[in-house]
Design a protein around this ligand. Structure first.
Ligand SMILES: O=c1ccn([C@H]2C[C@H](O)[C@@H](COP(=O)(O)OP(=O)(O)OP(=O)(O)O)O2)c(=O)[nH]1
Ligand SMILES: [Mg+2]
Length: 162
């Protein structure tokens, strides 16, 4: 599916997909900066978009920057709402304990994933329907590959009448 997205160009270039079939279009830095170890900075991309209603764009890190230089995005995935018309910016963080990281204008610093999104209508209820998982989370299924939830576990309703 190729969605047409209006883009206001301030940056050196339109966000590009490196290869056919890539999910993320690269976002470039519109500024020169040096991220010191442990430093975070809001970095402009020079790009503003108008997503079709019913779509969202996620701002996510590039794996090469993460693996080789410890550069990540504090609020990954950053959420670009369909109604947003401001410049897309990226809150980069240098997680390297020792090395600063220099970014030049035009360097690809993040990637943008455009995808359909549904909006929920939240309906207040007294009790939620039961489920195999129930309220289990945060490591409730254990850690080793052999650990598995008990398939015979009963569905446990939650909420006021639990
Ligand atoms: O990484 C990001 C995340 C968000 N945004 C822009 C697009 C988004 O539509 C708007 C609001 O984002 P979010 O809702 O995450 O921020 P907030 O702190 O809740 O601000 P607001 O009160 O404006 O919603 O900021 C970015 O440019 N980059
Ligand atoms: Mg918000």
């Amino acid at each position: 599916m190729t969605e047409s997205v209006d883009v206001l160009i301030i940056a050196p270039e339109v966000p590009r997909y490196a290869h056919p079939g890539d999910a993320g279009a690269d976002l470039v830095s519109s500024e020169h900066l040096v991220l010191e170890p442990g430093e975070r900075r809001l970095v402009g991309t020079g790009v503003s978009i108008a997503l079709p209603d019913g779509f969202v764009a996620f701002v996510v890190p590039r794996s090469g920057l993460a693996t080789k230089h410890g550069i990540t995005i504090v609020n990954s995935p950053g959420t670009v709402d369909a109604g947003y018309r401001g410049e897309i910016k990226v809150t980069l963080l240098n997680t390297d304990a020792r090395e600063p990281y220099e970014i030049a204008v035009g360097d690809r610093i993040a990637q943008l994933i455009v995808m359909p999104v549904s909006r929920a209508t939240f309906v207040p209820v007294e009790t939620l329907p039961g489920s195999a998982r129930g309220a289990g989370g945060f490591g409730s299924t254990g850690y080793d590959s052999a650990a598995a939830s008990d398939p015979t576990s009963s569905d446990t309703p939650t909420g006021a009448n639990a």
